[in-house]
Design a protein around this ligand. Structure first.
Ligand SMILES: C[S@@+](CC[C@H](N)C(=O)[O-])C[C@H]1O[C@@H](n2cnc3c(N)ncnc32)[C@H](O)[C@@H]1O
Length: 354
């Protein structure tokens, strides 16, 4: 049995594990804990195919799963092959409702006729409200268990006529209009600022009246808004767009292609873990979530490391909510930090690598 600490949702699953017995289990959006290994070791399921859109989860559990022939794992927005048949699907509630809807649509046609889908998540994140959504797709939906501040819902008897799943149906396209530039942005459900440009990002772009020549790193690229904007005035640059989220990476790739940017690369990373090389400019509207500590940690770590990834004379430019205190960290790492603008609740900071 894996001795990795289990999250509360995984503990709830494990205490109901005998109910989950099946041959082929599809596991979607799971935390980076040892639940899958436990289910295999206890012979609850014969094999598990996992899908995560979170590169930090993927990079944590991938090597463990590779040690087992019964476990296979994909990093991506949706399953590469949306075909086949699973007799069970276990879905972990995501914060993003559009992403949940997207994944429920993906799973619906993949369950066998007698298959069951299990949905588990924290009470505080609204697990109960998903009963209604499941009822749109399944005839039999039950609240199965509630413990450790989490709920477990099961649903079976899939309604007939589920259409073949295709990611193409879920793209949203919107226009970006800043500093006389008109760009088209493509984004998938759950990606930051899906369908519109974020206010903070807009404030950041308005400070970019001159885009430097040289390689650019767009950290936490989301739908690729920042790089698409920069490439419109500096098309010769190489743009490296990185994000932890697979849907963000697909969106960024689509946005760059849509705007005919020739020289770019999109890359999955957790912080700067997979970023190689040095840059003339590192630009970001970095991740944060009010009250969630880990998100501050990612950005603080990123700010401390960026100076080492810039050429001499290279620039870090970020936008952040006024209440975030990044100035000191930047000052400490670079020995300088300038406030370019404060507007609409956001501040844009600039630092130069000496
Ligand atoms: C505030 S959004 C900005 C998105 C986009 N640049 C824009 O301005 O619209 C921050 C982005 O950081 C990404 N992110 C969160 N944690 C990350 C991590 N550990 N490593 C890399 N990117 C991360 C999120 O997925 C999200 O796309």
């Amino acid at each position: 049995m894996s001795n990795q600490a289990l999250t509360n949702p995984s503990q709830l699953i494990l205490r109901n594990s005998s109910e989950l017995e099946c041959k082929r289990l599809l596991m979607v959006g799971m935390p980076a804990d040892g639940l899958a290994e436990n289910l295999i070791d206890e012979s609850i399921v014969e094999s598990i195919h996992g899908l995560t859109s979170d590169y930090s989860v993927f990079s944590t559990i991938d090597s463990n799963w590779q040690n087992s022939e019964q476990l296979t794992l994909e990093f991506g927005s949706a399953l590469k092959e949306a075909s086949g048949s699973y007799d069970g699907a276990l879905v972990f509630l995501q914060k993003s409702k559009p992403l949940m809807d997207f994944w429920l649509d993906m799973i619906h046609p993949l369950l066998s006729e007698t298959g069951t889908i299990w949905l588990v998540g924290q009470n505080g994140e609204g697990i109960k409200s998903w009963r209604k959504k499941l009822k749109e797709r399944y005839d039999c939906v039950r609240n199965f268990d509630n413990a450790r501040h989490c709920g477990l819902i099961d649903a079976s008897e899939a309604k007939k006529g589920a259409s073949v799943f295709s990611v193409d149906k879920y793209w949203s396209e919107f226009n970006l209009d800043v500093n006389d530039k008109e760009l088209k942005i493509h984004s998938l459900p759950g990606v930051f600022s899906h369908g519109r440009v974020d206010v903070g990002t807009k404030v950041l772009l308005e400070t970019l009246d001159r885009v430097p020549e040289g390689p650019v790193l767009d950290f936490g690229c989301g739908a690729g808004v920042i790089s698409a904007f920069m490439a419109a005035s500096q098309p010769g640059n190489k743009y490296t767009l990185v994000d932890v989220d697979a849907l963000a990476l697909s969106s960024s790739e689509a946005t760059m292609k849509l705007n005919e940017v020739a020289n770019f690369e999109v890359k999955a990373t957790d912080g700067l873990s997979e970023v190689e090389g040095s840059f003339k400019m590192i630009i970001s509207n970095p991740p944060f979530h009010q009250g969630v500590k880990t998100h501050y940690a990612v950005t603080e770590q990123f700010l401390k490391q960026t100076a080492n990834r810039l050429f001499k004379g290279g620039e870090l430019r970020i936008v952040a909510n006024n209440f975030l205190r990044y100035e000191l960290i930047i000052q400490e790492a670079f020995g300088n930090c300038e406030r370019l603008v404060t507007k609409d609740g956001f501040t844009v900071y600039k630092a130069i690598k000496k």
